[in-house]
Design a protein around this ligand. Structure first.
Ligand code: PEP
Length: 250
């Protein structure tokens, strides 16, 4: 049985006070959670949010990391620095990083290797833009992302990777993938992992859905056989919405 996970990607939102209030609210209800929960604040808040989460089941993630170990890379944050403040997960390849900061599949591959080398777990995002979906080429597009970034990893490394399928046309648009579309793509990704590695690994890999996931659509999305929870953007900033989405991950 795969564990379900709901992760909240706060992106570049909230000040310190609001971040801590939100973390407290999420932590308060942890006994009700049917799934794993990860909070992913901006870099400056990691240490303080970690303190709030101390002793709780709620885990901490970072939104990005450098593609270098350490050194003269002004403005970058290394995996070992993230580890030192208690982050356990790192988002790699969010479409906003790919689009706005030109992160290529090759750079993402290097980041994956570093995250795994230092014992953190990557949440590897993949997903197609609208035009590709309209042309019905989403499988080819996502398969290329998997091959160029992920499939060079060993099976042992892959066992620590969480995949997030996030169709770009659904991110922050209010237009979520239908449960049918999500299931189809999640099953496709799982089949590719089976082909590349093994049925056992494919069966164990957690594949999250991301893209305008809300309390209203989460139950149907999370009920899909191959959808193992969600990576939540906008709705993770409202405690009530985020808690309702967590509740849907039974
Ligand atoms: C995301 O950015 O990972 C995301 C899923 O955003 P939203 O939920 O706001 O669409």
């Amino acid at each position: 049985m795969r564990k379900k996970i709901v992760a909240g990607n706060w992106k570049m939102n909230l000040g310190l006070t609001d971040a801590l209030i939100l973390a407290e609210k999420v932590k308060e209800r942890e006994n009700d959670y049917p799934c794993g929960v990860i909070l992913i604040p901006s870099f400056p808040f990691l240490t303080s949010v970690k303190k709030v989460l101390e002793g709780s089941r709620v885990q901490l993630g970072a939104q990005n990391c450098a593609d270098k170990e350490n050194g003269a890379f002004t403005g970058e944050v290394s995996v070992t620095q993230l580890k030192s403040v208690g982050a356990e997960y790192v988002i790699i390849g969010h479409s906003e990083r790919r689009e706005n900061y030109g992160e290529s599949n090759e750079v993402l591959r290097q980041k994956l290797v570093l995250v795994l080398k230092h014992g953190l777990k990557p949440i590897f995002c993949c997903g197609e833009p609208l035009q590709v979906r309209n042309e019905n080429n989403q499988e080819v597009y996502v398969l290329n992302q998997l091959h160029e970034s992920l499939f060079g990893l060993t099976e042992a490394e892959m066992a620590s990777v969480i995949v997030a399928y996030e169709p770009i046309w659904a991110i922050g648009t209010g237009l979520n993938a239908t449960p049918g579309q999500a299931q189809e793509m999640h099953a496709f990704i799982r089949r590719q992992i089976a082909t590349q590695y093994s049925d056992i690994l494919a069966g164990q890999t957690i594949i999250l859905y991301g893209g305008s996931c809300k309390p209203a659509n989460a139950p149907a999305l999370f009920a899909c056989a191959d959808v193992d929870g969600g990576l939540i953007g906008g709705a993770s900033l409202q405690a009530d919405d985020f808690l309702a989405i967590i509740g849907a991950a039974k």
